[in-house]
Design a protein around this ligand. Structure first.
Ligand code: ZN
Length: 379
């Protein structure tokens, strides 16, 4: 079976791929560093062009450039969109503290798991296709962005546009801890609440003031009451600030809120409730800004269907694929929300994302390359 051949192909060349991965990890690329991101984009673009892709570098003034690579344009039908990112959460210099290293079956290093190994997966699969003369079921569009770790503000439109023109989206984020693919993700919202009151001398004329912190306390409790864990809706007031000094009635207080929801309807309900908050304390005014910057990735019938196909293909590779959901967001939230069936968590297995022990299980690299190959060849 051909995806098995891809696994063997990658196993036979594993040392070379690990050397390539070392170079990618050692090229540090935090989300905010345009210089480094653009340099890395150049390296990746060259690699993709060498694999026969038509590479488009999407210029980005307010961050690193994004990369689109189109392969097998002559194949029938709409493309399979393969999505990843080459930014990491790690500041420059982390590699000095956490060098790329191999310990047993694990590779350690900043960004190795989330998600530079995914760059190796796509390169290995395309090389294997070329070596074996394999043609995918449809054209392949690779999209690697530079700002996933900071909310994909500059890549969102591009992601959505490519998702709309594609048959389905395969997201190369890490799988769940038990290797399950991700077929649902919560949406992620951010809100800032500001209370404006009126300052006054706390000893001489407190009655002339309107206490913004007291009003904020009312609002915090209203927000906490919006939690509905059974429905998958959670809100966290994670940051508050207010006042100037103890003997002044505070004129201003603020809170920052993280919100998560499982369904688009749930996210809309949270937005309506948050943006509709009004003051309780006379003389104060409440303003709320924000919204869901990642819509929920719902397990739609299209998603379920795509997973069922993947599970069947996994059987052919000796893999018992399972699925699960997560409260964290990814660019899969955007591809799913425009109606494109999306399968997430297709990256290599490992652990410690965004943590010092970030690592990848080496044996999962050929396995995940074979799975990605099967999806591209058969669906
Ligand atoms: Zn990631």
């Amino acid at each position: 079976m051909t995806p098995q051949a891809v696994r063997t192909f990658v196993e036979d060349r594993l040392e070379g791929y690990l050397a390539e991965l070392k170079g990618l990890v050692e090229h540090e690329s935090p989300s905010g560093d345009k210089g480094r991101l653009d340099l890395l984009a150049g390296t990746i673009a060259e690699r993709w062009a060498g694999l026969g892709g038509a590479v488009e570098r999407v210029a980005n003034d307010s961050g690193g450039d994004h990369l689109v690579g189109r392969f097998f344009a002559e194949a029938p039908g709409r493309a399979a969109l393969v999505v990843g990112h080459f930014d990491t959460v790690w500041p420059v210099g982390t590699i000095g503290r956490l060098p790329f290293r191999r310990e047993g079956d694990r590779l350690y290093g900043p960004g190795v798991y989330d998600m530079k190994t995914s760059l190796i997966l796509v390169a290995a699969v395309l090389e294997a296709f070329a070596a074996h003369g394999l043609a995918p079921a449809r054209p392949i569009t690779l999209l690697f962005t530079s700002d996933e770790e900071v909310g994909s503000k500059t890549s969102r439109r591009l992601i959505e546009a490519l998702a709309r023109e594609s048959a389905h989206a395969l997201i190369l984020e890490p799988p769940l801890a038990d290797r399950s693919l991700k077929t649902a993700r919560k949406g992620v919202g951010r809100f800032t609440l500001t209370v404006d009151g009126k300052a006054a001398h706390a000893g001489v004329a407190p009655e002339l003031g309107a206490n913004a912190i007291v009003e904020l306390a009312h609002q915090v409790l209203k927000i906490v009451a919006l939690n509905d864990p059974a429905a998958g809706t959670t809100l966290n007031v994670g940051l508050v600030a207010g006042g100037t000094t103890p003997n002044v009635v505070p004129a201003r207080a603020t809170a920052e809120i993280d919100a998560r929801a499982v369904t688009i309807a749930g996210a809309e309900a949270v937005e309506r409730a948050m943006l509709g908050l009004t003051a309780v304390t006379p003389g104060t005014r409440v303003t709320v800004e924000g919204g869901f910057n990642r819509p929920p990735m719902e397990r739609s019938p299209g998603v379920a269907h795509l997973f069922a196909k993947a599970r069947k293909l996994g059987e052919g590779l000796g893999l018992a694929l399972t699925e699960g959901s997560t409260g964290g967001g990814s660019d899969g939230n955007f591809t799913a929300a425009v109606g494109t069936p999306t399968l997430d968590g297709l990256g290599a297995h490992g652990g410690g994302a965004h943590a010092d022990d970030e690592h990848v299980a080496i044996e999962s690299i050929p396995e995940r390359a074979a799975l990605l190959a099967a999806l591209l060849l058969e669906i």
